[in-house]
Design a binder for this molecule. Structure first.
Ligand code: FAD
Length: 479
């Protein structure tokens, strides 16, 4: 090791990587913490990209939590953007790094390594998939490219995507026609983009392979979402498989499917992600579910002194105690912090995930935690599902909205396995109570007994969560 400082090397500079680096430096300021990031950006919220494209967020720089300069000056980290790790040598504890601007290569030694390489969009080898204007939406650069495309079409001054560029609105936008969009994939990102593009006045079609949007969520919830898509003028083609793309002049003009062709000006391909675990795999680090890097509760990989966190890693389901791959920003931050703390010598644990997620689709709040019916079927857990309609406010109080709740309950024990909700208000945060119930391994009896608050503007005297628990108990013959 010579006289150099003890070193934590982090590969990947977004949610998991920056959380790990900051935690390690906070605990051990004497250690040198280096972050390698192949893109020009670090520490940004990809979750806000749909609101940047919709123009609700004007300046992409608002998506960035910490600039490389601030990370260096205020947190004492060494940030190397446009540096790609190309190989890990666990035997010599070195990483091969390519500087993408200078096209040079060097080896950087580490004492502890954190792999936080995230995930990449799934891009199947379909004919025409590499045509111009077939976009994926994963990185800030992807978000800049989509917004630039729409802005250029409508005649606005486009953001050129350089870190210095500020979004400039031009009056030339008025009165211009808009491009047509086909979104392939009706998952939460695809549907958030529906809202985003409709807000920009675009004609939007969603092509979805399954018989419903939002993946494995129950029909009781997704049918409400599909109704809203229809009301908002989004065309939805379900049970439709994309076969390829056709173009004119190198630009996509048609999406070919088993249900016919869809004319379009651009495509957003949003059919999921896969963990970016290729570096780890080449270094003989064990992979598990979905080829994500297998980690223990300390975020340790199968090799000594190498940790992994975020969308490249797996996690333990607190519901089934099985390994799962549920890539979410909230998990990436938490896993990153635990990986960083342990890399700095602490003994902290990441207990696992419930898969709690919220999304806004037009004026709907949609949320889930734990297992859906399809998840329970896949895991061969005997269950029943119970759906209830409640209200967001007391009946006498104006403007209350319906809330639909579906519980997935273990048949034998009455244990809550998962919950899903949809409604125009009072959904996004209510799900957290049920996520907490999952952590407490609560039964329907336990949930029905919770002392939840009441005031007319916020709930009914029996909160929808309690009403739904009583309905589930009735189904079990317990009421
Ligand atoms: P990433 O964000 O993928 O970052 C990994 C980084 O590693 C990348 O910058 C990559 O360039 C870099 N890298 C990879 N390989 C190398 C290498 N060899 N050398 C150097 N650098 C490398 N999650 C939520 O919880 N809630 C939401 O509402 C939500 N909304 C979302 C909306 C959108 C549009 C998108 C795209 C994602 C959303 N997510 C949401 C998911 C969330 O953004 C991700 O879970 C999170 O970004 C994962 O963080 P990460 O650090 O693990 O990986």
């Amino acid at each position: 090791m010579g006289s150099r400082k003890e070193r934590v090397l982090v590969i990947g500079g977004v949610a998991a990587g920056m959380s790990a680096a900051s935690a390690a430096k906070r605990i051990r300021p004497d250690m040198e913490v280096i972050v390698l990031e192949k893109s020009p950006f670090i520490s940004y919220g990809a979750c806000s990209i749909p609101y940047y494209v919709s123009d609700e967020i004007k300046d992409y720089r608002d998506l960035i939590a910490v600039s490389p300069e601030a990370a260096q000056n205020e947190r004492g980290l060494i940030i190397r953007t446009r540096h790609e790790a190309t190989a890990i040598h666990p035997d010599t504890k070195e990483v091969v790094v390519r500087c993408l601007d200078k096209n040079t290569e060097e080896r950087i030694a580490y004492d502890k390594l954190v792999i936080a390489t995230g995930a990449v969009p799934i891009k199947p080898p379909l004919p025409g998939i590499d045509l111009q204007n077939v976009f994926t939406l994963r990185t800030l650069e992807d978000g800049l490219a989509v917004k630039k495309y729409i802005d250029n079409w409508s005649g606005r001054e486009a953001c050129v995507g350089s870190p210095e560029c500020v979004y400039v609105k031009s009056p030339r936008a008025e009165g211009k026609d808009q491009p047509r969009a086909v979104i392939v994939g009706g998952g939460y990102i695809g549907l958030e983009m529906c809202e985003s593009l409709r807000k920009r006045g675009l004609d939007v079609t969603v092509v979805e392979k399954m018989d419903r949007v939002l993946g494995t969520m129950d029909n009781s919830i997704t049918s409400v979402v599909e109704e809203t898509l229809k009301t908002e003028g989004v065309r939805l083609s379900k049970e439709t498989t994309v076969l390829g793309f056709e173009g004119t002049g190198g630009k996509v003009s048609k999406v070919l499917t088993d249900k016919g062709d869809f004319l379009t000006d651009f495509v957003i391909l949003s059919i999921g992600v896969r963990p970016e675990s290729s570096l780890a795999e080449t270094a003989a680090i064990a992979l598990g579910v979905n080829k994500a890097i297998t980690v223990d509760e300390h975020m340790r990989t199968s090799l000594p002194d190498i940790f992994a966190a975020g969308d490249c890693a797996d996690a333990l389901s607190i519901v089934t105690a099985r390994k799962v791959y549920i890539p979410l920003g909230t998990t990436a931050n938490k896993q990153g912090r635990v990986a960083g703390e342990n890399a700095a010598g602490r003994e902290t644990r990441f207990e696992g995930v419930a898969g709690t997620a919220q999304t806004k689709i037009f004026d709907l709040e949609v949320a889930r935690t734990g297992l859906t019916s399809l998840d329970a079927e896949r895991d061969k857990i005997p269950y029943f599902a119970s759906t209830t309609q409640g209200r967001s406010r007391a009946k006498a109080y104006p403007a209350g909205k319906p809330i639909f709740i579906t519980y997935v309950v273990e048949k034998e024990t009455g244990r809550l396995l998962g919950a899903q909700m949809v409604g125009k208000e009072g959904v996004a945060h209510r799900i957290d109570t049920l996520a907490t119930a999952l952590y407490g391994r609560m039964t329907m009896d336990d949930v029905a007994r919770l002392d939840l608050g009441y005031a007319p503007p916020f709930a009914t005297v029996w909160d929808p969560i309690l009403v739904a628990a009583n309905v589930a108990l009735k189904k079990m013959g317990r009421r």
